[in-house]
Design a protein. Structure first.
Lengths: 313, 287
């Protein structure tokens, strides 16, 4: 056990060097695979921060995906803003959206919070598909003045993936993270002990909006095309649920493992269309019934194995 | 004012339909304290079951209730007994996620079998209206929806008050441990309750199928409507369910009269958000 901990940073460093040189040695397929893996891992990490650590059951992450993506597309297309700058502004706009949403939904708990976020996303879907400025439901092609190369997009995705991982690790090891975990175990007692529950939850909600919105911007730079029925679809949350549940809710490694499995499965199942979602649903339910803590959660329980421990020892 | 009478009448009648959509979910929330995220999809499953009977055997949609309602009882019984009961516990996320997974499976299964085409259950009632004087007409199908909706709620109320299983369900929801000490198998009782909730969902599914068109993906839309009714009417309250349905439907139809039919859904969502923000326990709910 101590041996794995000792070599932990060596192994992580090796993985990082391998991943950051993919554009040099990898085929197009490997590049494409890793790119999607980083983006999904980043968004799943954020959903896990909300649901697995902060007790905020968000079913409306697609609100930030669509809002971040559309902000990026509108700024790039209509105002000629440099594409990566508009990706960042997309993330900031998502934070503003999250602040506005929090006025309504932070009084709700549990499933009510979930439905509240979902309703917001549905409102955005209806609004954008009825809005002339963004060409209604037909969607927008993202047309930057100088389209970024594949390897540039790859590095942007890598930064999002690794940056999100570091952000979550830092948050969970900080005072806020300690408070969140105390809150997860017993809300009343932790509040009595001085954990600022409301502020910690709001902080996580805003961080999740920022990173989800920015990641979505990178994704839509890659996909070139954004459309309200896809960008604001509940499918995003379905995918994030799948990734986090499979990987292990409430662990840092879980979303990474889950995202890898999801991207792999969705590549394999791509040719079967809707059957793929059906199979993903069946796998998710089976895991919930057999190993409710997911792959990494069960592994940790059985062997105590962690790569990035979120608890201070 | 004259223009508003028709949407107000339609809203009142539609409210009865909304109430029967929501009653199963509200009941289950009252008993297990959990929201069944697959409620809308299970209801649409009822619509498709009825569609199969209508198109194969040429039945009138009303007669299909005789088959669809019992089938949906067993669907509910098994969903609760074999899936949801196994993850019931202290944490609230696992049952929610299982229900969510079930919703994904149902939608894509229906899509696979029935294709994404819009379907509806044809009846000759859908075009009939009764003139009520002035320019106001009573749409017969909406009126039937309203009457059946009220009847379902009344029957459910009497069932919980007067039958052994109904009282056992209420006992299990009031005090689970106490009920167990009195010799009630609470897990079994939850499965019965879900079966009964799905019987109401089957009625709702057939009515929705006759009144509107439906697709494999329309479930979540009705889940949000059911949720709106539950929030506005107060959690787990049966009378509140009817009132909540009427308020939501009135808001949608009167709003659509002013803002245009494209905004009907949007206005419903806005009303729901405002109620959630101002009174999360619902208008008729107790604090």
């Amino acid at each position: 056990m101590n041996k794995t901990l000792k070599y932990r940073w060596h192994i992580l460093g090796l993985i990082f060097v391998t991943l950051s040189t993919v554009p040099i040695w990898g085929s197009d397929y490997v590049l494409f695979f890793c790119l999607l893996f980083f983006l999904y891992a980043s968004m799943a990490q954020m959903w896990n921060l909300l649901v697995g650590y902060s007790g905020l059951l968000s079913l409306g992450q697609q609100a930030f995906v669509g809002f971040g993506g559309y902000t990026m597309a509108v700024l790039t297309n209509y105002y000629g803003v440099y594409v990566w700058l508009s990706v960042l502004i997309g993330g900031l706009f998502s934070v503003l959206l999250a602040l506005f949403m929090s006025l309504f939904i932070f009084r709700m708990k549990g499933i009510f919070f979930g439905i509240g976020t979902w309703v917001f996303a549905e409102i955005l879907l209806l609004w954008f598909s009825n809005w002339k400025y963004v060409k209604y439901g037909t969607g927008l092609f993202v047309k930057p003045a100088t389209p970024p190369s594949m390897s540039t997009i790859y590095y942007a995705a890598l930064i999002m993936g690794v940056g999100t991982l570091i952000t979550v690790f830092v948050i969970l090891r900080s005072k806020i993270g300690l408070g969140l975990m105390a809150m997860r175990d017993d809300e009343e007692v932790s509040e009595a002990m001085g954990v600022e529950i409301f502020r910690s939850k709001l902080f996580c909600f805003l961080v999740a909006a920022l990173i989800t919105g920015t990641t979505a911007g990178v994704l839509y730079v890659f996909q070139i095309f954004i459309q309200p029925y896809k960008a604001f679809a509940i499918d995003w949350t379905i995918v994030l649920v799948f990734i986090v549940v499979i990987g292990g809710i409430g662990t840092i490694e879980g979303p990474i493992v889950g995202a890898f499995i999801y991207v792999l499965l969705s590549q394999w199942l791509a040719e079967y269309g809707h059957v793929s979602l059906l199979i993903l649903g069946i796998i998710a339910i089976t895991i919930m019934l057999v190993a409710p803590k997911g792959i990494m959660g069960t592994l940790q329980e059985k062997t105590g194995f962690t790569i990035l421990p979120s608890r201070r020892t | 004012m004259e223009d508003l009478l028709q949407p107000m009448l339609n809203g009142l009648l539609l409210g009865g339909l909304y109430a029967v959509i929501a009653i199963g979910m509200t009941t289950m929330f009252g008993i297990v304290k959990l929201v069944n995220l697959a409620h809308g999809d299970l209801m649409i499953l009822g619509s498709y079951l009825s569609l199969v009977l209508v198109s194969w055997l040429g039945f009138n949609p009303f007669w299909t209730l005789l088959a669809v309602v019992p089938v949906m009882f067993f669907v509910g019984f098994f969903v609760q007994g074999f899936l949801l009961n196994r993850v019931l516990g202290k944490e609230m996320e696992p049952p929610l996620l299982v229900a969510f997974g079930l919703s994904i499976i149902l939608q894509n299964l229906l899509l696979l079998i029935f294709t994404p085409d819009a379907r509806s259950l044809m009846t000759d009632l859908s075009i009939k209206t009764i003139p009520l004087g002035g320019s106001v007409n009573l749409p017969v199908l909406y009126f039937v929806d309203f009457l059946i909706g009220c009847a379902v709620i009344l029957v459910l109320h009497l069932f919980f008050k007067n039958t052994y299983i109904g009282r056992a369900i209420r006992a299990a929801s009031d005090d689970e441990i106490g009920a167990r000490l009195m010799g009630i198998n609470t897990k079994n009782i939850y499965a019965y309750a879900m079966g009964i909730a799905m019987m109401t969902a089957a009625v709702a599914g057939v009515l929705v199928g006759m009144t509107f068109t439906f697709y494999p993906h329309t479930g979540p839309q009705y889940l949000i409507i059911a949720f709106g009714v539950m929030i506005i009417g107060g959690l787990g309250s049966m009378k509140g369910c009817l009132v909540g349905g009427i308020i939501l439907a009135e808001a949608q139809l009167i709003g659509a009269q002013f803002a245009g039919p494209g905004y009907q859904l949007l206005i419903g969502y806005l009303v729901l958000l405002i109620v959630l923000g101002v009174r999360p326990q619902g208008i008729f709910g107790k604090v």
